[in-house]
Design a protein around this ligand. Structure first.
Ligand SMILES: [Zn+2]
Length: 57
């Protein structure tokens, strides 16, 4: 079956329990980027999210 792309925000912000999981990498990145911006006021690029925060599960 397909792999899922997952971002567990708890690893980036200790008090945040937000998790993004999608089989579509572009969608996972988009959701994660919106969350980081709206909730944490942080601007990440797609590459930063992909390299530092997104896991393949
Ligand atoms: Zn968060």
């Amino acid at each position: 079956m397909g792999q899922a792309h997952k971002l567990d925000c708890e690893s980036a912000a200790a008090d945040c329990r937000f998790i993004v999981q999608s089989e579509n990498e572009a969608e996972a990145i988009e959701l994660a980027k919106n969350h980081m911006k709206e909730v944490h006021g942080a601007n990440y690029t797609d590459d930063e999210l992909r390299a530092d925060h997104l896991q393949v599960v």
